[in-house]
Design a binder for this molecule. Structure first.
Ligand code: PMP
Length: 367
């Protein structure tokens, strides 16, 4: 085609199969909603963040790191990997970091699957799983949740075929808050072939209070075919800086470090994470506040929606089925942003006591 000539028929520039892919839905911006409703502020309980601000020392560490923003970060993430290794009592060679644990989950698909290989996971679970599976040319095998909204690990083990490369166990599960217990995970791991990598996605581990819900790192971290995914976005308060890590077999961690987007753990994120790791007592204190509020919200919301499952995370799940979207809209009209999943349920993050009260009042009015 010449510059002045007719346009060529429209070419397909991106993959046709992506049209059918659901998009990741971020929580709505509370400032926009407040403006729309003419309120001084809106409450955002849609993204599973912890509401208490950055941990002490983090803002200062970020400011210091920002002074060298014209330089690339340490690509090996050496200081942070050493600190994580010490904190979690593992060899630094077994650690890889990434731009949020969601990036690491995607890299795990990329490092294990060739086109047509299968990724087994429970559904409904973390909405990034189908996206990262399809975009890497792999095939999703979704095993329906139990009637109690949790993983059906027996069915997941049965769903493993010769094509399965990866099995994702989200514990606690986003968005339902349910968790897998030690005994069932033991049985599952015993049933999974050695050449299938099992990812224990523990983004919400710090909020777990049930002693029967295993800590994947402590309990299974040294199994060659187990990878534990953790994030600094939730309990550690760094969602906006994008940093997560995984612990796995040294070969797996090395493969991930090979495929990771170069320099994607930014210098600011590395510095912030190092500062946050110094604040473990404060993290525990904040998690205890979240857990106390979770139990209070669960009790209150069950008076409105009796079948809300137990949660070990920093959110609760309202299985409202076809009423989910309408409920989400009704909460928004009252200045509270929650996260509806059409036709299924609504996930509500635990916020401050005042935010949770605002949600409970909105829920009562909506229902
Ligand atoms: N895994 C699960 C189960 C999650 O819910 C999330 C965040 N929504 C992530 C991983 C990713 O978190 P991040 O990328 O912020 O580390």
């Amino acid at each position: 085609m010449t510059e002045s000539g007719p346009r060529a028929p429209r070419l397909r520039l991106t993959r046709a199969d992506l049209a059918a892919l659901p998009s990741y839905v971020p929580g709505r911006n509370p400032a926009d909603l407040a403006r729309e409703l003419g309120l001084p502020e809106a409450v955002k309980l849609a993204s599973n963040e912890v509401p208490y601000g950055p941990l002490p020392g983090v803002v200062e560490a970020v400011a210091t790191a920002a002074a060298t923003a014209h330089r690339y970060p340490d690509m090996g993430v050496l200081a942070l990997r050493a600190a994580l290794a010490e904190r979690f009592d593992v060899d630094p060679e077994r650690i890889a970091t990434g731009c949020g644990s969601v990036a690491l989950a995607e890299h795990l698909v990329r490092t294990t699957c060739l086109p047509g290989d299968e990724v087994v996971y429970s559904w409904r679970s973390f909405e990034a799983y189908p996206i990262m599976t399809i975009t890497n040319g792999a095939t999703s095998v979704q095993v329906p949740n139990t009637p109690g909204h949790g993983h059906d690990l027996t069915a997941m083990a049965e769903a493993i075929t010769d094509r399965t490369r990866l099995a994702l166990v989200c514990n606690p599960n986003n968005p339902t808050g349910t968790s897998v217990r030690r005994e069932e995970l033991d049985r599952f791991l015993a049933a999974v072939p050695e050449d299938v990598l099992v990812v224990l996605d523990e983004a919400y581990r710090e909020f777990v209070t049930d002693p029967e819900v295993p800590d994947g790192l402590a309990g299974y971290g040294d199994r060659p075919n187990v990878v534990v995914l953790r994030t600094l976005s939730k309990a550690w308060g760094l969602a906006g800086l994008r940093i997560g890590f995984l612990v796995g077999h040294p070969d797996v961690a090395a493969a991930i470090r090979k495929v990771v987007t170069p320099f994607s753990t930014s210098a600011v994120a590395q510095a912030a994470a190092l500062a946050a790791l110094q604040q473990e007592d404060e993290v525990r204190r904040r998690c205890a506040l979240v857990v106390a509020e979770r139990d209070r919200v669960l009790e209150a919301v069950r008076k409105l929606v009796p079948d809300v499952p137990e949660s070990q995370a920093n959110f609760v799940w309202l299985p409202l089925g076809e009423r989910a979207v309408e409920f989400g809209r009704a909460c928004e009209a009252r200045g509270v942003i929650v996260r509806p999943f059409a036709g299924d349920g609504v996930r509500v993050t635990i916020g401050t006591p005042a935010e949770n009260d605002a949600f409970l009042a909105a829920a009562e009015a909506a229902l």
